[in-house]
Design a protein around this ligand. Structure first.
Ligand code: ADP
Length: 446
């Protein structure tokens, strides 16, 4: 097992990884920008190294600085966390070339799944259902027009290198296709330096269902149930729950087994998530994320298994600690992502935290790097806390979540806590009756 892990990330996820390491007896190295010198992940780690100025491109994305920090501290592995370098195959390759273990999949698997066009083709060949669309990347506007006419409007143009909902544009009819194609390519070029796009049928009322997976280097793969992440704004998840209120037991098992089988057959190592849209009883693959996800916490709550611990173990070459039959699902869990944003306009709200009181009690978990007097910098993602609540039933979970949201105090800045309080009181949410467009509709109606 590793003795020292460098955590190439910040905020709550760096803390989350630090906690798993601590419990496994592994020492940790934090890296940080000058904006994060006082951050909690730096305070809790055994050692820390400043890797650059505030802009992420000069610090958390600065590969030579990260590798140098690992080298001078004598770390034997690097955990990339979420975002930043976590899906960068070139980084994973360099980490390994410099003699460190990369806590994640092989660079080949990151590459294979990172390109959504090749990912879709790969899983399709393994028998996984996908959204009807172009056969690979679009060659031209003419190709887009022909494909859209074949699959029927509305359609969605998506970036092959996509992520974070960027480079995605809907065309409702033939009149809108040129604009959607041009805008999606422009956005993809700006965000990913790659303007390759493909086309999919735009589903009208799907749920976003994703399966949590883990594979090892001994030919094993298991699933940890599904998460429903349909409550989204601008294709970004806001609330997630496990299990999905929209699936029955046999659908759950069917999709879990299918997803685990796919990663077993490609020889995948590490944690990963296969994402689907689910509509009218059918699943359609949309993408695979070759990393830990923000919402891994709710799968941990219903299985009682530390996924980061398992991720580190398989990166060290150990087999998965559990057979599929030993992974039991208990009760219900919901996560609210709390952002430093105005809850009405969603404008970022950096600043100093004055008065911080996280909720507590049975089955309430707060993953956050906040503390009283902490200054939320303006340089990074606005998510500042995750509230995760578990209950024996969905109803118990909802009652507990409502209570925990009432208790949560984050003063000094604007946060999306008031939005969450309103959302969990909506009858549609309480009834589990929502799809991926529900939140946008709710925000327009109010
Ligand atoms: P990203 O990698 O940018 O997150 P995804 O392919 O995972 O992109 O899609 C993100 C979200 O966009 C999905 O959760 C869903 O809400 C929406 N979406 C993606 N594909 C479709 C589609 N074919 N029809 C309708 N909505 C879609």
């Amino acid at each position: 097992m590793f003795e020292k892990i460098l955590i190439a990330n910040r905020g709550e996820i760096a803390l989350r990884i630090h906690r798993a390491c601590r419990e496994m007896g592994i020492r940790t190295v934090a890296v940080h920008s000058t904006a994060d010198a006082d951050a909690m992940h730096v305070r809790l780690a055994d050692e820390s190294v400043c890797i650059g100025p505030p802009p992420a491109k000069d610090s958390y994305l600065n590969i030579p600085a990260i590798l140098t920090a690992a080298s001078i501290t004598g770390a034997d592995a690097i955990h990339p966390g979420i975002g930043f370098m976590s899906e960068n195959a070139a980084f994973a390759e360099m980490v390994e070339q410099h003699g460190f273990a990369f806590i994640g999949p092989t660079p080949e698997h990151i590459r294979l799944m990172g390109d959504k066009v090749t990912a879709k083709k790969t899983v399709q060949a393994l028998g996984m259902p996908t959204v009807p669309g172009s056969d690979g990347a679009l060659q031209s506007l003419d190709d887009a027009i022909k494909t859209a006419a074949r699959i029927g409007y509305p359609v969605l143009i998506k970036a092959a290198a996509g992520g974070g909902g960027k480079g995605m544009k809907v065309a409702d009819d033939a009149a809108g296709i040129e604009e959607a194609y041009t805008l999606a390519r422009g956005e993809a070029r700006a965000a990913f330096g790659n303007d390759e796009v493909y086309i999919e049928k735009y589903l009208q009322r799907p749920r976003h269902i994703e399966v949590q997976l883990l594979g090892d280097t001994h030919g094993n793969a298991v699933y940890f149930g599904e998460r429903d992440c349909s409550i989204q704004r601008r294709h970004q998840k806001v609330i997630e729950e496990a299990p999905s209120p929209g699936l029955n037991g046999s659908e759950r098992e069917e999709i879990g087994l299918l997803a685990a089988d796919v990663i077993r057959r490609i020889g995948y190592r590490g944690v990963g998530t296969i994402e689907f849209l689910y509509e009218n009883g059918k699943f359609y693959f949309i993408e695979m994320n070759t990393r830990l996800q923000i919402e891994h916490t709710i799968s941990e709550m219903i299985t009682g298994i530390d996924l980061v611990r398992e991720q580190i173990r398989v990166a060290a070459g150990l087999p998965i600690s559990y057979q599929q039959s030993e992974i039991a699902f208990n009760g219900h869990a919901i996560e609210c992502r709390i952002n430093a944003e105005n809850p009405e306009t969603f404008l970022p709200s950096p600043g100093t935290i004055v008065g911080y009181h996280p909720p507590g009690g049975l089955d309430v978990r707060v993953d956050s790097a906040l503390y009283d007097g902490y200054r939320v910098p303006s340089n990074y993602d606005s998510m500042i806390a995750k509230l995760i609540v578990h209950g024996a039933t969905r109803n118990e979970c909802l009652l507990r979540l409502r209570r925990a949201l009432e208790e949560f105090v984050i003063g000094g800045i604007n946060t999306t806590l008031p939005l969450h309080r309103r959302l969990v009181a909506q009858p549609d949410f309480i009834n589990g009756d929502y799809d991926i467009h529900w939140l946008e509709g709710f925000l327009e109606r109010k």
